[in-house]
Design a binder for this molecule. Structure first.
Ligand code: NAG
Ligand code: NAG
Ligand code: NAG
Ligand code: NAG
Ligand code: CU
Length: 698
């Protein structure tokens, strides 16, 4: 009977499997099938992740070049399951064949903490006698335990407990009223929770106690603002109208827009994954990037008092940027004509789950694309830009991360991340100074210094897989003033340094040389510049990892030691802090440092390489960040350099264009139509202050 059902499911699935593009995330049916196949052989497990095991690049390239004769890469599920006694199983399930192809018990690791793992902790904490006792010491009676909350974090690594048992640390808070912001009322102790036995196994209690904050609540929700005098009334609506719809199309999960083509994937860990990014250059479809994602991040906090050293969440590797993703709403998260994509995951029990509207795709006006006026005669060309955004937003306990992958018409790809949400906070005792490791952002609320360091993984495919990475520095000519080569001393140039082996393929940021990195195809020169076709990584928010060499964070977050690491491509290398991140000791460092150590002499010259870029910001909190932070943006650009033979977007229709001859023949110049280009703000007549004219432009 069971077998029959499985066979039915399998034949139904074979049809399904055939339809998918090999890069598509697993569908809910495929997740259910993978779970059923695992269950057939292994009972009594709960599921941590069932996600697409991406096709091997070699197979994918073969299929791409001869889709009719080469086999289409199979659909394979990458499974992480947890058994009794914190036993971790890593497996692969071939969905085409309906069988397990790999199944291993992995010792000494802990897979990431899911939302379900997190949800349980609060109820356990509230009932725990020792926690109740600690709350009592801070002035919270047992009858108020329902007002006690916790943000369960991964424990990071605590040398007292190691990595054999699955643990979380509960950052404790209090809400006088359910609608109050708990971060105003942090509690000073930190229970440690065992996920396996679902009990509190230890409580870290500071030497100096900090009583419950007595400051009045400060909140940001609408009800609170109404009570504080209400909202400002001087905001007029801005309506976005796209009367003819959008300028992009989507076939399966492949998006086409303005010469770009990109496959949009999604997984529980990285969130959005962009694959097979190509640019149609006058009919010639040119590969640009094979795969791009946010692969990891770490948020180290800078307060040395124990146990705050444990606060350094790897939000992707320890929680999953996909698992924590929000369902997006029109007019709130994105505005205009939107296309959404859902995301499918497994839950603990093995059932498929869907997050509706996890990805938002839309266009926005992007200001001037290019413009030039001939100052002699008012002839002018001005063209407006638009951009296409592929975005998702995830909530990591107190923080929100808004991730925007942006395509531009000039061939640029931009990754913008906005940080918002709420600061992580800690309690203070009377007279305590938060400085220098934190800031008192509200009476009695200490927000610790911290960094947000993101790791962007870029697999370049600049006119092919054989690429080379150069560090580029703007430097003065070496020869001294008065020398023959540099007599006036004004010489400067772009100094290129090849990152040529794994051991030397790393580079720090240097703002003083406007350092950038070039991903180049040295086999192909631009016919004009005679320079290799390339894409340049421009990133200016690149703080060094502040936890010192040899520190716990330095050991665990090896990827963050340098702004750029380059590795030789390996299908297995997706997670720069390791496949299973929670409770790693960093001894030895997993991920990038291990890969480099294993293959130090591997050449990175003119071969298939991957660039890992760590960027972000160092956050010294301030009262303006409280009780909710206005979004702070950060940007990374990937710009074509010597890739095209001219500005690639001159065929975007201009808003206004005239030539000197047309002006000479009487066409109105740009100054003549100035007031006609847009509706003026105050609706008056042309020529008057605040005049209005009909739009003379496109
Ligand atoms: C990558 O995209 C190009 C079109 O832009 C397409 O021809 C090719 O088949 C795609 N490759 C894969 C593996 O989907
Ligand atoms: C603008 O949008 C608002 C809110 O969506 C709507 O109520 C209003 O009618 C719109 N106005 C126009 C002119 O389309
Ligand atoms: C962009 O694509 C269009 C066709 O969609 C083509 O006419 C145009 O030449 C392309 N532009 C560039 C710069 O390749
Ligand atoms: C600009 O607007 C004025 C008044 O509405 C009109 O007389 C003039 O012809 C317009 N110019 C153009 C170039 O459309
Ligand atoms: Cu911050």
């Amino acid at each position: 009977m069971v077998l029959e059902r499985l066979q039915q499911m399998a034949s139904h699935l074979t049809g399904q499997v055939a339809q998918h593009h090999p890069f598509d995330p697993l569908s809910t049916d495929e997740i259910a099938a993978a779970v059923a196949i695992v269950r057939k052989e292994h009972a009594d497990l709960f599921f941590n992740a069932v996600t697409l095991w991406e096709p091997r690049k070699e197979d994918m390239l073969k299929w791409q070049s001869s889709p009719d004769t080469a086999p289409k890469p199979r659909r394979v599920a990458d499974v992480v399951a947890i058994g009794r006694g914190s036993k971790v199983y890593d497996g692969l399930v071939d969905l085409n064949e309906g069988r397990i192809v790999q199944w291993e018990l992995t010792e000494g690791v802990q897979p990431l903490i899911t939302m379900e793992d997190l949800q349980i902790v609060e109820s356990v904490v509230r009932k725990d006698a020792k926690v109740i006792e600690q709350c009592g010491i801070l002035g919270i009676p047992e009858s108020d335990m329902h007002k006690v909350y916790c943000d369960p974090w991964t424990i990071g690594f605590d040398e007292r407990f190691g990595s054999g048992v699955r643990l979380q640390q509960a950052l404790m808070y209090y809400r006088p009223h359910p609608d109050d912001c708990q971060y105003t009322y942090p509690l000073d102790f930190c229970p440690i929770y065992n996920s396996d036995t679902q009990e509190i196994v230890h409580i870290d209690i500071p030497k100096v106690r900090r009583q419950l904050n007595q400051a009045p609540p400060i909140n940001y929700h609408a009800e609170a603002i109404e009570k504080e005098g209400g909202f400002r009334k001087d905001i007029k609506p801005i309506n976005i109208t796209q009367p003819e719809g959008v300028s992009f199309s989507i076939d399966g999960r492949t998006l086409k827009w303005q010469n770009w083509s990109v496959h949009i994937g999604f997984n529980y860990r990285e969130g959005i994954v962009l694959s097979n990014i190509t640019f149609n250059d006058k009919g010639n479809v040119r590969p640009v990037f094979w795969r791009m994602s946010l692969a990891e991040m770490v948020v180290p906090y800078g307060n040395p008092e124990r146990p705050h050293q444990r606060k350094h969440a790897f939000d992707l590797g320890e929680y999953g940027g996909g698992y924590m993703t929000n369902s997006l709403a029109l007019g709130c998260d994105c505005k205009g004509a939107i296309h959404y994509m859902d995301a499918a995951f497994v839950n603990r029990a093995g059932d498929p789950q869907t997050i509706k509207n996890a990805i938002c795709i839309h266009e926005e006006d992007a200001g001037i694309l290019f413009k030039h006026t001939d100052f002699r005669d008012e002839s002018c060309t001005v063209t407006r830009a638009r951009k296409l955004l592929i975005s998702h937003v995830f909530t990591a306990a107190n923080y929100e991360y808004c991730v925007y992958w942006i395509l531009h018409q000039d061939g640029t790809i931009q990754l913008e991340i906005k940080l918002t949400g709420i600061l992580n906070t800690y309690a203070m005792y009377p007279g305590e100074s938060a400085a220098p490791w934190g800031t008192e952002v509200y009476p009695g609320v200490n927000a610790h210094n911290h960094q947000h360091l993101f790791c962007l993984r870029v697999d370049p495919n600049i006119d092919g897989q054989a690429n080379t990475i150069f560090q580029v520095d703007a430097v003065a000519g070496e020869a001294p003033v008065g020398s023959e080569e540099n007599f006036y001393g004004n010489a400067f140039y772009a100094k290129k340094t090849k990152l040529d082996t794994m051991a030397t393929g790393m580079s720090d940021y240097d703002g003083s040389t406007s350092r950038t990195w070039e991903m180049a195809n040295t086999n192909k020169l631009n016919p004009y510049s005679k320079k290799p076709v390339s894409y340049k990584l421009v990133s200016r928010e690149v703080p060094p990892l502040l936890p010192k060499e040899g520190s716990l964070v330095w050991k665990r977050a090896g990827f963050a030691r340098h702004a750029v690491h380059v590795t030789k491509y390996d299908d297995e290398q997706l997670h720069p802090a390791g496949r299973h991140v929670p409770q790693t000791s960093g001894e030895p460092s997993a991920g990038l440092p291990a890969w480099i150590a294993a293959n130090p002499t591997a050449s990175l010259d003119n071969t298939d390489v991957v660039l890992w870029h760590t960027f972000g910001l160092t956050h010294f909190p301030s009262p303006e960040d409280y009780p909710v932070m206005p979004a702070e943006p950060m940007t990374v650009l990937l710009r074509p350099r010597n890739f095209f033979t001219q500005n690639p977007c001159m065929d975007v229709p201009p808003s206004y264009s005239s030539t000197p001859s047309q002006i000479a023949e009487g066409k109105t110049g740009i100054r003549g139509i100035v007031d006609n280009l847009s509706r003026l703000a105050f609706g008056g007549k042309v020529g008057e202050k605040g005049g209005s004219g009909d739009c003379g432009c496109n």
